[in-house]
Write a new protein. Structure first.
Lengths: 233, 169
């Protein structure tokens, strides 16, 4: 592979690099620098595309679907009590949605955060420990030892607090580690959906979530991160 | 029914943000993007029982959204491709003081022709590969990769002062 081919492929898709591309990047200083510059620009591009989303969008869609479903049912002559029952049902649905927004369980919070930021699973920045600590310091935590090849690190808003979002290569795919210093839990929780599985464990007064593709040895990564992360003084 | 509702709620919570952002980068209209998002999930609800592969949910949603947007423009006698430039004000934060780099990049991205903007947005927002984008857009993979390459080149040109331009080796 020559430099021109590498750069063309990299500009077409910096998120899926073949082994041949990786080998060229490691062997060629110029292309390595080029890839690093492009990675920084991709971070900016990701920030740029993340435009503001109307507040409560998801809840409005869920509530609208509930009301829409009722409006489309077969038209039967409605008696007043049937109309009242429909209104009451809609109100309960709305209250249930609001309740869930205000009191989202930690498991749901974690899964939503992972899927909202799913594009980070394709990041491959090879961050040093120093770089990771710079990015996560606002969470009040730091890596006291090398975490190995960290593909992404950043601070994130999790519920009302600043946490840290780290991605490391796992055995089945990227592993997401969410550090949530103010999200206290009483006991370990299990997280699962059609794609991901993981656990949330108490950690330094808050909690740590470790999520990977189904079949990933999560407990191994929990031990791994617990030994390497500490609270900043 | 309860299981289907729970599944639906999870899908909306997982994908509504990305879907909305994809639509706004296509049409530049906040109300239209929200309407189409809503319509997309209504259709998804109706078709949820027939969906065989849960991993395909996301690309299925984006395909529906794209079709709904095209249908809207057809109904309103507007050609989707005429949205070669969308207005930055649609994003609600057109204030250049917000973050100069992000603002400049948004400006450049909003001026990209739609055939280049759309695959780039699908790649960056939704994390799709070239093959997945080709399936959603119903074009060849090579076409997608060429458009992505040109999109990034056009962005770089738009953001680089003429005196700083350098060629590749």
């Amino acid at each position: 592979m020559n430099c021109l081919e590498f750069r063309r492929l990299y500009l077409s898709d910096p998120y899926h690099c073949s082994e041949e591309m990786e080998a060229h990047r490691l062997a060629c200083d110029h292309c390595h620098r080029f890839a690093r510059q492009q990675s920084e620009q991709e971070i900016q591009l990701k920030r740029a595309v993340k435009v503001a989303v109307p507040e409560g969008l998801a809840s409005r869609i869920i509530v609208s679907k509930a009301l829409h479903g009722r409006a489309n049912k077969a038209t039967v002559k409605r008696r007043p009590f049937k109309l009242l029952a429909s209104l009451l049902a809609a109100s309960f649905t709305l209250l249930a949605v609001l309740w869930r927004i205000l009191f989202i369980p930690t498991e749901q919070l974690v899964l939503t955060h992972v899927t909202d930021e799913i594009h980070h699973l394709q990041d491959n920045f090879a961050l040093t420990t120093h770089a990771v600590n710079q990015k996560i310091r606002s969470s009040g935590l730091y890596a006291s030892q090398s975490l190995g090849p960290v593909r992404y690190a950043g601070s994130c808003q999790i519920r009302d607090h600043v946490g840290a979002h780290i991605i490391i290569p796992g055995k089945r795919g990227p592993v997401t580690v969410l550090l949530m210093p103010k999200e206290s839990i009483q006991h370990p929780l299990t997280v699962k959906d059609h794609r991901f599985s993981g656990r949330i464990v108490p950690f330094t007064g808050g909690s740590m979530a470790v999520i990977g593709e189904r079949g990933e040895p999560i407990d191994h990564w929990i031990d791994y991160m617990s030994q390497r992360l500490a609270q900043a003084g | 029914m309860v299981l289907k509702q729970t599944q639906f709620d999870a899908i909306v919570n997982a994908y509504s943000v990305d879907l909305y952002r994809y639509l706004i980068w296509l049409c530049g209209n906040t109300q239209l993007a929200e309407d189409i998002s809503q319509e997309t999930f209504f259709r998804a609800w109706r078709g949820l029982d027939k969906l065989q592969d849960p991993k395909a949910i996301k690309s299925w949603l984006f395909t529906i959204a794209r079709r709904e947007l095209a249908r809207h423009f057809e109904k309103n006698k507007t050609i989707m491709e005429s949205l070669d430039e969308i207005h930055l004000a649609a994003f609600g934060d057109a204030d250049p003081a917000l973050d100069p780099d992000v603002f400049s990049l948004r400006q450049a991205l909003s001026r990209l022709p739609l055939p280049y903007r759309e695959p780039l947005v699908l790649q960056v927002i939704a994390g799709y590969s070239g093959n997945e984008i080709a399936e959603i857009l119903q074009v060849q993979v090579n076409t997608v990769m060429t458009r992505l390459f040109r999109a990034r080149k056009l962005l770089a040109q738009a953001l680089t002062p003429a005196s700083d331009e350098k060629g590749f080796k």
